[in-house]
Ligand binder design. Structure first.
Ligand code: SF4
Length: 468
């Protein structure tokens, strides 16, 4: 079944029943949740750096057009070609044109979520190009013909055994068991692909307006090989990734690896500025940047505006109790977890992803750990309101919310109604005070019993104690 954000509930149920996935998801706790907390202890001014990072992102978005123009001018001055893509088809058309212009047959890619969003691999394949993912996780997923399930650790849902089986099936070599052996096997396959490629495609973690550079942050050497070995390089990235100066990037880089993987610094930070110059030791002969809108400019100045601050660290999903239990595929599109629950409806439209804004307990953990202070629970609440207004939620649910709203605005009525309901539920419950099937609320009791109210409401107890 092809994944879809419209099928969140079915996909989440399948994930909960998948024992292998559940054991793979346990890695999140140790590697990312504990890792982030420890890495932040090294920063004695962590709160101040976080404030500064949020401010950089907010300031840039407030003048996005200006910074993008500055980026374009600086990138062109450095010899790059800059292309503007309004949507996914523009991205794919531009890539195919660049490939045709330079006689490209083979493409290597480093990790890029925006190319997942635009289904670049499919489009290039249809145009007759051979495309090889080179990030280890993405390479594994390409063999498995699966989408990523996390924005930083795309293959977090797979165990070492599953990967070993996949390599036997595709490489037709004896089974290797250890992680270093599996990495070595992937490397043996990927090296020839780098050497044979005519074009490299990467994303960009940031675009630097003052220098016209695309900056990529990675833990694997594939990023450097994909951006320097082939004679043509194309950086494909969202328009929101621009940052004014290299100093601003330095601030963001103090947070990104810590929040993403619990590292104080990543193995590689590559700053790509134009094609190779005559005295450069390496680098592409042709350097292109594709600036992708694909729905982002529609978010500017709306309730979704703050979501554009996202630096794709993945911390919100690592700390989200829903993501921790259902994993990334349940969300059905490129961006999972709390950030995906805002971004997917914003980019695809609220009707395409009606359950995602509800795929959150609103516990607030996501906002607490977001390095750029995106108020994710507020954005999710806005989306829920919008869905009710647009009649995208079931009629019964809308009626219940209206009724609750009416009662909440009339304290006397609220007191009477809550008293009646509490007593009715008490009578309805079994002797042990547990409700096994809640009328009009089956979702609550499908997986657990609902404890019956005591029979008196908080307000009644409060009055009884003479504090009213
Ligand atoms: S919303 Fe915040 S925590 Fe989540 S990926 Fe984006 S920057 Fe990271």
């Amino acid at each position: 079944m092809e994944l879809s954000p419209a099928r969140f509930k079915t996909q989440a149920a399948a994930s909960l029943a998948d024992a292998r996935l559940q054991s793979a998801l346990e890695k999140l706790q140790d590697r990312f949740v504990v890792g982030r907390a420890q890495a932040l202890l090294e920063l004695d001014n962590a709160d101040a750096v976080r404030d500064a990072a949020a401010d950089i992102r907010a300031r840039t978005l407030a003048n996005l057009d200006d910074y993008l123009e500055r980026f374009e001018a600086a990138a062109r001055a450095a010899g790059a070609e800059v292309h503007w893509a309004e949507n996914a088809s523009d991205v794919n058309r531009i890539l195919v044109e660049i490939a045709a212009r330079h006689g490209v047959k083979r493409v290597v890619k480093s990790k890029s979520m925006v190319t997942e969003e635009c289904r670049v691999n499919e489009a290039l394949g249809t145009a007759g190009l051979e495309v090889r993912e080179t990030d280890l996780g993405e390479y594994i997923l390409q063999l498995a013909d699966e989408p990523p399930s996390h924005i930083v650790a795309p293959v977090v849902h797979k165990s070492r055994d599953e990967i070993a089986d996949l390599f036997v099936e595709h490489h037709r070599t004896p089974r290797r068991e250890t992680i270093p052996a599996l990495v070595a096997e992937a490397r043996e396959r990927l090296r020839p692909a780098f050497l044979a490629a005519d074009m490299g495609i990467s994303g960009a973690n940031f675009l630097v307006a003052e220098t016209g550079s695309a900056l990529i942050v990675t833990n694997e050497g594939n990023g450097r090989l994909a951006t320097t070995l082939p004679r043509v390089h194309v950086a494909v990235t969202g328009i929101e990734k621009v940052v004014p100066t290299l100093e601003d990037v330095a601030t963001l880089l103090r947070l990104l690896p810590r929040y993403a993987t619990g590292q104080s610094i990543t193995n590689y930070v590559s700053i790509l500025t134009g094609p190779r110059r005559p005295d450069d030791g390496d680098g592409p002969e042709h350097f292109h940047v594709i600036l992708v809108d694909n729905g982002r400019s529609r978010m500017l100045g709306t309730d979704r505006h703050d979501m554009l601050r996202c630096i794709r660290c993945g911390a919100c999903m690592n700390h989200c109790p829903v993501y921790q239990n259902v994993g990334g595929h349940a969300y059905g599109w490129v961006y999972p977890g709390p950030m995906g629950s805002v971004l997917t409806p914003a980019l695809l439209g609220p009707a395409e992803a009606r359950d995602l804004p509800n795929a959150s307990t609103l516990c607030g953990a996501c906002a607490q750990v977001c390095p750029v202070k995106i108020p994710l629970p507020d954005l999710l609440r806005n989306l829920r309101e919008e869905q009710v207004e647009q009649r995208l939620r079931p009629a019964g649910e809308r009626l219940a919310i209206r009724l609750w709203g009416l009662l909440a605005r009339h304290p006397f009525l609220y007191g009477v109604a809550s008293g009646v309901i509490a007593r009715a539920l008490r009578l309805y419950a079994g002797r042990d005070g547990a409700i096994r099937r809640l009328p009009l609320g089956r979702g609550w009791t499908l997986g657990r019993d609902f404890p019956a109210p005591s029979g008196r409401t908080f307000r009644e107890l409060y009055v009884r104690r003479g504090r009213a």
